[in-house]
Each structure stands twice: as structure tokens, then as C-alpha cells.
Ligand binder design. Structure first.
Ligand SMILES: [Zn+2]
Ligand SMILES: [Zn+2]
Length: 310
């Protein structure tokens, strides 16, 4: 994003920057993010008959897990440790149910397989205590169609405490991408800001460019008008002559007008330029108005007459 803006400053076409940002947004969006899982947990207090619900986008589907929605009661291993590295029963084993297991001591695949053997529909593994709020992407090949997610140690222990206090815990695991691949808040913000910047930069660039062109064109027109009026003045100062019979211009060695290529005849009105070249008045006046130079020797009549144009 930043680099494309910089390249635009260096004079690249704004449309190419647009393309760059679009590509950046698309790549940003479709980047293979690990699949997040929405985890909704309900704690039912059997003594007070009250339910608390808690929802977070804090699960991470394992690499080999099916990306499906699962819900059920949550059970923990009944054995001394909570790692389910060997044959163990769970506190809940009524389908559909979800096994909550601590990370450690054996592979993810082993834990998942032990729980699946007892009929668990999904396995939730919580991270080790020192990892606090972090989750990692689990690899667990060979676990079949058992859904497996990882949650943080903090979240796992929170659920664990409730189960140990005899709450009935229900969990819903859902695929986190509810709004398309990249429509989280951060992405919407990123996309909006980058499009705003590019649009503003493009519009600004065109305004600047158009204004400059307009200014240049106006200055050129002003200069043209000024030159024309000076040329008019200069032409008025140039000598006129009417040719007569017997002048050397009309004789057999006479010249012809360089503009119309006609030979001079008596009664032709000619204009004599500062360089002493002469032409028909009707031929040279329009030319001088535009060019201000002699068509034969390029002599500048404004300079020759000492007229200065600012
Ligand atoms: Zn002529
Ligand atoms: Zn001349």
C-alpha cells in the first residue's frame, strides 16, 4: 500500500496504483489464515437452575479437522490427569458430546483418538498453562471425522473449573468465517482506508494536473494575443510602396513575390520589410501577423524595430 503510493508520487499512472492496492487487498484477504472457530459455552448451574453463556472467536481448528459445526455437552477425563494419553472415561459420554483435554504428554492425534473411541463428536484441547492466551495450529493426521479445535489455556481452565463445580457445560463450535474470507473489522478498516487514500490521491492528482494545464494554456494564449497586437503595430511601421511602370521590380529582371510566386506588376502595393525584402502587402501582412519574420531571411521584424514583448 505504502509502496504504491510512493510510486505514484514519482509519476506513475494512478490507475496502476489502484491495481496494486486491489491486488494487495485480495492477497491480504485470501491469505491462508488458520481457520478460526467460534466457541459458545453455556454453563448451567444445576443448583440455582441458571445459565450463563459466553461466546468468543477463540478456537482454532486443527489442520486435519473437518470444518463443521458441532455442539454437545462437555466432558473431561475421569482419570487422575486431564491429558487423555491412555484409555480413560469422561465425565460426560452422552451423545452428542465434546471432550475437553489438556495439551501435553502425548500427541494431539492420540488424545483425539482416545476420545473418539469413547464416542466424542469433537475434541477441544486447551494449551499448556505457560502459553496463557495463545493457541497453536494442531496437526493430528489419522483422526478421521472427529472435529478438533484448540483453545487457550485460560479458556480451557475456565471451563474446567465450572465442570469441577458441577455445572452442566454445553459447547457450540462453529466455523469462524461467517462474513466471507476477509470481512473482519480489521480488514474492513484496511480496505476502506486504502480505497479512500487511493481515491483521494487520484482525484488530487487530476485536479493538480488539470489546473496546471489550464494555467499553461492561459499563459500561452495571453502571450499569443500580445504577440499579435505587437506584430500589428510593427506591420504599421513598415514601409508601403505602390509599384510603377519602369520600376526595376516590374522590369524584365524583376523579382516575384516569394509568397504567391507572381511577378510584380505596376500598381501592385508592396510592403518593404526591415531586411529590405519586399512582398505583396496582401500576401505578407497575414503572414507577419502569425510569424513576425521575413519568409526569405527569417529576420525578426519585432527585434529589428526594437519592439520588446514581455
Ligand atoms: Zn504576393
Ligand atoms: Zn528578409
Amino acid at each position: 500500500c505504502v509502496s504504491s503510493l510512493v510510486s505514484m508520487k514519482q509519476g506513475n499512472k494512478p490507475s496502476s496504483s489502484y491495481l496494486l492496492i486491489l491486488i494487495a487487498v485480495l492477497f491480504h484477504g485470501t491469505e491462508a489464515f488458520p481457520e478460526r472457530a467460534y466457541v459458545s459455552v453455556s454453563y448451567f448451574n444445576t443448583t440455582s437452575n441458571r445459565t450463563e453463556t459466553d461466546q468468543c472467536k477463540c478456537g482454532l481448528y486443527g489442520i486435519n479437522s473437518p470444518m463443521t459445526t458441532v455442539q454437545g455437552l462437555v466432558g473431561i477425563p475421569t482419570s487422575d490427569n486431564l491429558e487423555a494419553c491412555e484409555d480413560t472415561d469422561f465425565t460426560v459420554m452422552r451423545a452428542p458430546w465434546i471432550a475437553l483435554i489438556a495439551r501435553g504428554n502425548c500427541t494431539f492425534a492420540e488424545k483425539i483418538k482416545w476420545a473418539a473411541r469413547k464416542g466424542a463428536d469433537a475434541v477441544v484441547i486447551y494449551n499448556t498453562p505457560e502459553s496463557a492466551n495463545y493457541t497453536i495450529l494442531m496437526g493430528h493426521s489419522g483422526t478421521g471425522d472427529t472435529v478438533a479445535i484448540m483453545i487457550s489455556s485460560v479458556k480451557g481452565r475456565e471451563i474446567l473449573r465450572k465442570i469441577e463445580k458441577d455445572f452442566q457445560v454445553t459447547m457450540v463450535i462453529e466455523v469462524g468465517r461467517k462474513h466471507g474470507p476477509w470481512m473482519n473489522h480489521y480488514s474492513i478498516f484496511f480496505v476502506s482506508v486504502s480505497f479512500f487514500i487511493v481515491t483521494a490521491a487520484t482525484v488530487g492528482y487530476f485536479i493538480f494536473y488539470s489546473a496546471r494545464r489550464l494555467r499553461v494554456t492561459r499563459a500561452q494564449n495571453r502571450k499569443q494575443r500580445q504577440l499579435k497586437s505587437e506584430a500589428k503595430k510593427a506591420i504599421g511601421q513598415l514601409q508601403l510602396r505602390t509599384l510603377k511602370q519602369g520600376d526595376k521590380e516590374t522590369g524584365p529582371d524583376g523579382d516575384s513575390c516569394a509568397v504567391c510566386i507572381e511577378v510584380y506588376k505596376p500598381n501592385d502595393v508592396v510592403r518593404i520589410l526591415t531586411c529590405n525584402h519586399l512582398f505583396h502587402k496582401t500576401c505578407i501582412d497575414p503572414w507577419l501577423l502569425e510569424h513576425r519574420t521575413c519568409p526569405m531571411c527569417k529576420c525578426d521584424i519585432l527585434k529589428a524595430l526594437g519592439i520588446e514583448v514581455r
